[in-house]
Design a protein around this ligand. Structure first.
Ligand code: UDP
Length: 326
């Protein structure tokens, strides 16, 4: 198939491009490099079947052409990272909602299926663990910037479902839970690349709050396996799927684990949330995906554990000149 990936030069998009090319598809990436980077696709540049355009999805005439040429669209272009969302809410809201509308509108005119990545943020601070796709969303007040991100992605999900039901457009929504791996930058807040870069450079590891909040981290290679597997699953149309790991760890224990992996002399410091994020921040305590639905659809589950994730991130950061000091 000819696949168009919006946001294909992002961290997940780069890995997805590689996986889809490996499966024999051709891939065209559109990315404006706002949070993406050529580093994510540089190794694919000379690969037959791979091409890219550096431009924003809101160049509608160009997008119309790209959609026309594609058999299917992976829509990954979005503002990501809690830090970015809290710092630049206008950009985050605009990017997430406007770009999704553009993609869905063009795709529906041409009848091209759209596979769209949402986020586990849409569960908000729900405590109904593990989170099932039809469980309630629980958001905080609008003066807490974080919920702007959750709401914007929830609106994207509503749009994808609305285009499916009202216009008959095949859409699939993936809720990605804390995806990590080689080439992820810590610039937008993501905890593992940040702590690894701190440990490798001997700086203190910054644990926000009391460090007792827990997360499940999924290796990006597993994540893209789920996304790629869905390319030909027509039974998935009009549905939402969790994609993530169920191996839970507290952020304090994660910091300790990273120190062990890197043999670092760094200490762990606690940073109050008010210092870490300027204002209007609220964290969630726990977040675990229920994986029944994607398991039934694809037989998918994770194949790499947290130790393998840390090993891969550390190995990448040790050899990379592009590691941002955060
Ligand atoms: N976090 C931290 N130190 C950092 C960056 C993040 O303790 O340098 C915490 C953050 O507050 C959250 C968890 O690590 O509780 C995961 O953060 P991330 O931004 O990676 O993903 P989130 O789950 O918040 O979307």
């Amino acid at each position: 198939m000819k696949l168009l990936i919006t946001g294909g030069a992002g961290f997940v998009g780069g890995h997805l491009s590689e996986r889809l090319i490996g499966a024999g598809h051709s891939v065209h990436v559109i990315d404006d490099l706002s949070t993406g980077s050529m580093n994510n696709i540089a190794h694919l540049k000379d690969t037959p079947g791979f091409s890219y355009t550096i431009e924003s999805v809101d160049n509608v005439p160009l997008m119309a052409e790209l959609v026309d040429e594609a058999d299917m669209i992976y829509h990954l272009a979005a503002a990501v990272g809690v830090q970015l969302i809290v710092d630049s809410p206008i950009r985050a809201l605009g990017t997430n909602i406007r770009l999704t509308e553009i993609v869905l509108d063009l795709a529906s005119k041409k009848g091209k299926p759209v596979l769209f990545t949402s986020t586990s943020e849409v569960y908000g601070k729900s405590q109904a663990l593990p989170f099932t796709e039809d469980g309630d969303m629980t958001f905080g007040a609008t003066d807490k910037g974080r919920w702007a991100y959750a709401c914007s992605k929830a609106i994207d999900e509503f749009l994808a479902l609305a285009y499916y039901h009202e216009r008959g457009l095949p859409t699939v929504t993936f809720r990605l839970f804390n995806t990590v791996g080689p080439r992820q930058t810590g610039r937008y807040g993501m905890v593992i690349p940040r702590l690894v870069s701190q440990a490798l450079s001997g700086r203190p590891l910054t644990v926000y709050g009391d460090g007792q909040q827990r997360r499940c981290f999924c290796h990006v290679a597993d994540t893209v396996e789920a996304l790629a597997g869905m390319a030909e699953a027509e039974e998935a149309y009009g549905r939402v799927f969790n994609v993530g790991s169920q191996e839970e760890i507290s952020i304090y224990d994660l910091a300790e684990r990273i120190i062990e992996h890197t043999n670092s002399d760094s200490e762990i410091v606690f940073v109050p949330y008010e210092e870490a994020y300027d204002r209007g921040f609220e964290d969630m305590e726990r977040r675990i995906p229920d994986l029944t639905r994607i398991g039934e659809m694809l037989g998918w589950n994770t194949t790499r554990n947290l130790d393998q994730i840390i090993t891969d991130v550390v190995a990448h950061n040790r050899k990379s000149s592009d590691v941002v000091t955060v």
